[in-house]
Design a protein around this ligand. Structure first.
Ligand SMILES: [Zn+2]
Length: 265
C-alpha cells in the first residue's frame, strides 16, 4: 500500500513544526514531505536546522521525503550567477535531505527567464531546457551517491516552465532514465483533465509520488496511480486545499486524508 505524507508547504507555515508533526501523527500520516522554507526552519537553515528537525523527528516514526527549496531560485536562469547560485542551493539542500534521513527528494525544473513570446524567448527556451537537464544530472549523481531517490515535479502547464510539458519531460527522461516523476495533479489539470491522464499514461513507469489536494475531484486519477507498482507515495499538500476563504486548514487536511485513505485501503 502507498504511504501517505503530509506536505509541509506554505499553508502550514503559520503552524509550529513540532505541532505539524503532532497533527500528522494524530491523523495517521506515515510521514511528512518537508520544504525547508517553513519560516521556523528557514531562519536556521541549513546547519542548525538539521538538529532542530532531527530532535523533533526522533519522537516519531515518520518516513521523510524532501522538497527542495523553491523561492527565488531558477536552475535555468539567464543570469549565470543566479543560475549557478540556484544549482548550488539545490545541491546543498540534497545534503540537508540526507542529514534528516529523507528517502527521496523532489525538485522543480528551471524556468525560461524570457516568458513572453519572441524569437529570443524561443531560442533561450532550448538553452533553458538544456540547463535544467545538466543541473538534474548533477543532482541525480549526488542523490545516488547518498542512496536517495530523485524525482522531478511536473509544473503548471506553460512554455516557460521546463518540467511542465510532456515533451520537455520526455527529453529529460531520455537523458536521465532513472529519474522519477512526482505528479502534481493541480499543476497538470491547469492544461486539462485529459492531460493529467496522459501524463499518467506516458510516464507510468516513472511515477513515484503524487502531490494532491481536494481528493474528491481526483478520485479517478488516484485509482489509476494505485495500480502502478512503482508508485509509492501520496503527498497531501495543504496549499491545494485552501481555495476557500478563511479555511480551517487542519480540518481540511483531516477530511481529505480520510477520503484518500478510503480509496487506497
Ligand atoms: Zn513543488
Amino acid at each position: 500500500m502507498q504511504k501517505l505524507h503530509l506536505g509541509i508547504d506554505r499553508s502550514t507555515y503559520q503552524i509550529e513544526f513540532k505541532k505539524i508533526c503532532e497533527i500528522a501523527e494524530n491523523m495517521g500520516f506515515d510521514g511528512i514531505e518537508l520544504q525547508p522554507e517553513h519560516p521556523e526552519i528557514f531562519k536556521i537553515y541549513p546547519n542548525k536546522a538539521v538538529s532542530f528537525i532531527n530532535d523533533i523527528l526522533s519522537n516519531y516514526r515518520f518516513n521523510i521525503s524532501f522538497h527542495t527549496p523553491i523561492k527565488d531560485l531558477n536552475i535555468s536562469a539567464y543570469n549565470k550567477k543566479i543560475r549557478q547560485f540556484s544549482i548550488n542551493q539545490i545541491k546543498e539542500s540534497i545534503e540537508f535531505a540526507r542529514n534528516i534521513g529523507a528517502k527521496y527528494v523532489v525538485t522543480h525544473g528551471g524556468k525560461n527567464s524570457f516568458k513572453t513570446a519572441s524569437s529570443f524567448s524561443r531560442k533561450y527556451g532550448k538553452i533553458a531546457l538544456n540547463s535544467t537537464i545538466d543541473a538534474l544530472i548533477s543532482f541525480y549523481d549526488i542523490c545516488s551517491d547518498n542512496g536517495i531517490t530523485l524525482s522531478i515535479e511536473n509544473m503548471s502547464y506553460s512554455d516557460w516552465r521546463m518540467t511542465s510539458k510532456i515533451k520537455y519531460l520526455e527529453r529529460i527522461f531520455q537523458e536521465i532514465p532513472d529519474l522519477k516523476l512526482t505528479l502534481d495533479i493541480d499543476h497538470a489539470i491547469l492544461r486539462s483533465k485529459t492531460y493529467v491522464g496522459k501524463i499518467i499514461e506516458v510516464f507510468n513507469n516513472k511515477l513515484l509520488s503524487s502531490h494532491i489536494g481536494l481528493v474528491k475531484n481526483y478520485t479517478s486519477y488516484i485509482e489509476k496511480l494505485i495500480k502502478l507498482t512503482n508508485f509509492k507515495f501520496f503527498v497531501l499538500e495543504p496549499h491545494s486545499l485552501t481555495h476557500l476563504i478563511n479555511p480551517n486548514i487542519i480540518n481540511l487536511i483531516e477530511i481529505n486524508k480520510n477520503e484518500l485513505k478510503k480509496i487506497i485501503k
